[in-house]
Write a protein that binds this ligand. Structure first.
Ligand code: FES
Ligand code: FE2
Length: 401
């Protein structure tokens, strides 16, 4: 990628806690990750109140396109669609007759037709047709459309809010993240890969695995050997960390002394992959030397990781205190020439394999806390994003005092 310069580490010992003393330095107890009571609070106080990222506008290129979004913690299924006027909107995916799900998966439709008895709805949710209509008793179709859900978009991402009246706007919730990444082309990137899995691990514990670099030199020797860590930065310390209210950004540099394999060198010459590629507009808001990517913790359950030429990320959808539906994704700049597809494939394979390496550890961690063998986590200074992640949940629930 670049000349051999010292990555833009601060040089200071334990700099991040000095900057954010309210995040504390003590051990973090694990009881909240096991508790049904704590989980109930999170369901109502977080998933029922905050804006949640549910998709990307590229999933809805045409009028009538729709996809199903699930908010498992609340047993909620939603229809996210692009209506006849081109607006993205969200409806409850629950028929007002007897509650059947109306759509599954994704598709395109002029009307939404329930698969149970055929009630039909417009793309605005209004009830348009009832088979054998005259046999119902005092049913006013005007009052029995699919219920609407608050829905807003920002820079290509679709968010919903299940509260009757949201406490804050989407932009207020995104705060400094939206300011820092306003010019990054999230919206024009296209899906380069999607993965999902359901694991026996708490959603907050699993999320922690993807927001620190401390594990990289140990876990990712197969995928990223010295791509980020090396002589200059043996333990992949972050180059920057910033809190934006309930959101956060942690930034990582590439190792300038890394010698790529022949395949990696070729991929880097043809397009963008880890540690190689032309700068993407609006990237690297912290101005990090040898910048590789940022991890943005987008409250409450999303990590968005922009790099040059692509971004990747995760969503953690809790099913119970000890079970999580995980979704991972990669988005890429549309290839301008066929050779760029080689770089994109290289990135896809690396991410896929690295996440396999992470995933093998997740359930062992949860078993250790569930069994009582481990009662607390010890976060070092470079793991401060994990500490903030738990702080943010507790802050949203008024638990921080
Ligand atoms: S439940 Fe939808 S038409 Fe009966
Ligand atoms: Fe990892």
């Amino acid at each position: 990628m670049s000349t051999a310069q010292q990555p833009a580490l601060t040089g200071a010992e334990k700099p991040w806690h000095a900057r954010y003393p309210f995040l504390g330095t003590g051990p973090v107890g694990v009881t909240e990750y096991l508790s049904e009571k704590a989980f109930d609070e999170e369901k109502d106080g977080i998933f029922g109140r905050y804006w949640l990222l549910v998709g990307h506008t590229s999933q809805l290129p045409d009028k009538g396109d729709y996809f199903e979004a699930r908010i498992d913690a609340l047993s909620a299924s939603l229809i996210v669609l692009r209506d006849r006027s081109g607006e993205v909107r969200a409806l409850r995916n629950a028929c007002r007759h007897r509650g059947s799900k109306v759509i599954s998966g994704a598709g395109n439709a002029r009307f939404l037709s329930c698969p149970f008895h055929g009630w039909t709805y417009g793309l605005d949710g209004s009830l348009k047709g009832i088979p054998d209509n005259e046999q119902f008793h005092d049913l006013d179709p005007a009052c029995h459309g699919l219920r609407t859900v608050h829905c807003e978009t920002w820079n290509g991402f679709v968010f919903v809010n299940l509260a009757g009246q949201p406490d804050r706007s989407l932009l207020e919730q995104l705060g400094g993240f939206a300011e820092e990444y306003a010019r990054y082309p999230f919206e024009s990137m296209v899906c380069g890969g999607r993965w999902s899995a359901t694991l026996d691990v708490n959603w907050r514990v699993f999320q922690d695995q993807f927001q620190e670099g401390y594990h990289v030199a140990v876990v990712h020797t197969g995928t990223f050997p010295e791509v980020f860590n090396g002589r200059l930065n043996p333990n992949s310390r972050p180059s920057d960390f910033t809190v934006h209210g309930l959101n956060r950004r942690i930034s990582f540099a590439a190792n300038p002394e890394y010698v790529p394999t022949p395949v990696e060198r070729l991929a880097g010459q043809l397009g963008s992959t880890f540690g190689a590629g032309a700068r993407t507009e609006g990237s690297n808001p912290a101005g990090i030397e040898n910048w590789a990517f940022d991890v943005n913790g987008v409250f409450p359950n999303t990590l968005l990781d922009p790099a040059n030429g692509f971004f990747f990320g995760h969503q953690f959808w809790p099913l119970s205190p000890g079970r999580t539906r995980w979704e991972g994704f990669l988005y890429v700049t549309p290839a301008a020439k066929p050779s760029e597809l080689i770089s994109q494939e290289q990135t896809y394979i690396l991410i896929r394999d690295a996440w396999r390496e992470d995933m093998e550890l997740a359930e062992t961690i949860h078993r250790s806390i569930a069994s009582g063998a481990v009662g607390e986590f010890h976060f070092s200074d470079p793991e401060i994003a994990c500490r903030h992640s738990h702080y943010a949940v507790n802050e949203a629930l008024g638990r921080n005092g």
